[in-house]
Write a protein that binds this ligand. Structure first.
Ligand code: UDP
Length: 326
């Protein structure tokens, strides 16, 4: 199979690329390196079944050519990271909405199956935990920049579902919950790489708010396996799936676990949300997926424990620190 992965030099995209190449497929990546990194695909350069284009999916002729060459498309290229979203809302909205429009319209011409990566952010302020795919999405005020990301992704979902219903373009929507593992950087606000980096450097570990907010962290390897299975499963078409772990941990407990695993002397400090992001920033107190749907359809079961994940992230970061020092 020939697989196009937009955002293939990103954290999740590069792991998906590895998995398809290991399976014997041919992979085409397009990435503008805005948040992705060439370092994530460096090890694949020269691989006979790996092809990459450094460009944006907004470039119609380039993306059209790639869509024509491939059998299926994973659309992962998007603005990611709460920090980036709060700091650059124009870029977030335009990247997410326009990019998806381009990919879906081009895919539709040749009726190529598209899997769209959406996000657990779309549940917004919903308190209906665990979140089910058919539950209500509860958006915050438009004056709070964070929710522009959720809304832009919700529009992507509407568009993908509309293409399926109206034009019979096969589309699948996956709402990714906090996905973590090696190659994720803390540059755009993600908590695990940030805490690990701080702990390894002996700098304060910055817990935002009171640390009682919780998240469920899914291992990228588990997530990628399920993405591939969903793409291979005809019944997934026209549907929305939550994907991630359903094991919950508070951010304060996470900080303590990172400190223990790294044997760090770092102090755990509390930073008000207003200081960490912007004035009036709203966080989600809990975010837990109901994963019944993806489990029943493709047998998804998160296999990696949080300690297993943290150990891998620590090894990765130590490797990067060593490489930087050489
Ligand atoms: N967080 C934190 N310290 C940091 C970065 C993040 O306490 O240095 C918190 C953040 O406020 C949120 C949680 O960790 O409650 C997860 O943040 P992340 O950006 O990883 O993902 P989100 O779930 O917000 O999309």
């Amino acid at each position: 199979m020939r697989v196009l992965i937009t955002g293939g030099a990103g954290f999740i995209g590069s792991h998906l690329t590895d998995a398809y190449l290991q399976r014997g497929d041919e992979v085409y990546v397009i990435d503008d390196l805005s948040t992705g990194s060439i370092g994530n695909i460096q090890h694949l350069k020269g691989h006979p079944r790996f092809h990459y284009t450094i460009d944006t999916v907004h470039n119609h002729p380039v993306t059209a050519e790639l869509v024509d060459q491939c059998d299926v498309i994973f659309h992962l290229a998007a603005a990611v990271g709460v920090k980036l979203i709060v700091e650059s809302p124009v870029r977030t909205i335009e990247t997410n909405v326009r990019g998806t429009e381009v990919v879906l319209s081009l895919a539709n011409k040749k009726k190529k199956k598209v899997l769209i990566a959406s996000t657990s952010e779309v549940y917004g302020l919903s308190a209906d935990v665990p979140f089910r795919e058919d539950g209500n999405l509860v958006m915050g005020a438009t004056t709070k920049g964070r929710w522009s990301y959720a809304c832009s992704k919700a529009i992507d979902e509407f568009l993908a579902l509309a293409y399926w219903r109206e034009k019979k373009l096969p589309t699948i929507i996956v709402r990714l919950f906090n996905t973590v593992g090696p190659r994720q950087t803390g540059q755009y606000g993600m908590v695990i790489p940030t805490f690990v980096k701080q702990a390894l450097a002996g700098r304060p570990i910055t817990v935002y708010g009171d640390g009682k907010q919780s998240r469920c962290f899914g291992y990228v390897g588990d997530v990628v396996g399920a993405l591939i299975k969903l793409m291979d499963t005809p019944e997934a078409v026209g549907q929305v799936f939550n994907l991630g772990s359903n094991v919950e941990i508070s951010i304060l407990e996470l900080a303590q676990r990172v400190k223990e695993i790294t044997h760090s002397d770092s102090e755990i400090v509390f930073v008000p949300y207003d200081e960490a992001y912007e004035e009036g920033f709203e966080d989600m107190p809990r975010r837990v997926p109901d994963i019944t749907k993806v489990s029943e359809l493709v047998g998804f079961r998160p296999s990696m424990s949080l300690d297993g994940i943290l150990e891998r992230v620590v090894d990765y970061q130590i490797g990067r620190r060593t490489a930087a020092a050489d």
